[in-house]
Write a protein that binds this ligand. Structure first.
Ligand SMILES: Nc1ncnc2c1ncn2[C@@H]1O[C@H](COP(=O)(O)OP(=O)(O)OP(=O)(O)O)[C@@H](O)[C@H]1O
Length: 249
């Protein structure tokens, strides 16, 4: 198993506040590693440093063995870092199939105007249709994005991120705002995708975290207080007091 992400001693200070305080964690290939913690723990600050949106005050970030700490966000994307963006990045007046097909084409470095190779075009649409068929969005392929529910848009956004075939996908609260059925569908899509790319999953929905995560890191006041498998985290008294206790009460 190879190491996809390695974070070592990552510090981010905002004036007197240390939002991530010497955070270290790893994500191995094929792993879903969940990052949980109460509001204000520093989860978004950590994700933004991994993406390159925030410069760390100290520490290093390696992606597949390469030091990316000082690289620009777009350089990190080129090296295989993916993230789900806000659903506002979807093209509302195009269909589900067209949006996903476009994501596949972008990965291939193609553009509609020069899109004249018939065999290649068929491959791209075959890949698009196969990806859609495996999810609940399959029957919605011809529907305009503007007419999708919030949950369907989040599903599509995830499929588009996966279509870019990242080495590591950063997921910032994919279950937020979803109903029970939509959450189940999202969990299924993520579980099916895990062999293709490693994931760092920030999520408050503990049912999803426990269903998906191979390992869980718990962040509290900027520090990792525990790392382990679901059962170890559930049973950890410090975690229960700092986080799970309040959730389950
Ligand atoms: N740009 C900023 N400037 C100053 N303080 C910030 C900034 N961004 C975050 N913080 C502070 O850093 C701490 C960590 O915030 P962060 O948003 O990373 O937490 P979080 O774990 O993602 O919370 P939530 O679960 O609510 O999204 C908070 O105290 C927050 O107020």
């Amino acid at each position: 198993m190879s190491r996809v992400l390695e974070i070592a001693g990552l510090v981010k200070s905002f004036g007197g506040l240390t939002a991530t305080d010497h955070v270290s964690l790893t994500v191995e290939s094929g792993e879903i590693h969940a990052l949980i913690g109460p509001n204000g723990a520093g989860k978004s600050t950590l994700i933004n440093q991994i993406c390159g949106e925030l410069a760390p005050s100290a520490g290093r970030i390696h992606l597949a063995g390469q030091d990316i700490t000082r690289l620009r966000a777009d350089e990190r994307v080129a090296l295989g870092l993916g993230r789900t963006f806000q659903i506002t990045s979807l093209l509302e007046d195009m269909t589900v199939r067209q949006n996903l097909g476009l994501a596949v084409q972008v990965r291939e470095g193609r553009n509609f105007a020069f899109f004249d190779n018939v065999a290649r075009r068929r491959e791209i649409w075959d890949e698009t249709d196969a990806a859609l068929a495996e999810t609940a969005l399959g029957p919605r392929a011809g529907v305009l994005v503007a007419d999708l529910s919030h949950g369907e848009k989040k599903q599509l956004e995830l499929l588009m991120a996966l279509a870019r075939r990242p080495r590591l996908l950063l997921l910032d609260e994919p279950m937020a705002g979803l109903g029970h059925l939509e959450s189940q569908q999202m969990i299924e899509t993520l579980a099916a995708a895990r062999t293709g790319c490693a994931m760092l999953l920030v999520e408050h929905d503990m049912e999803a975290v426990f269903a998906l995560a191979d390992r869980i890191s718990v962040l509290v006041y900027g520090r990792i207080i525990a790392v382990g498998k679901a059962d170890e985290i559930r049973a950890n008294p410090e975690v229960r007091e700092a986080y799970l206790g309040e959730e389950e009460a």
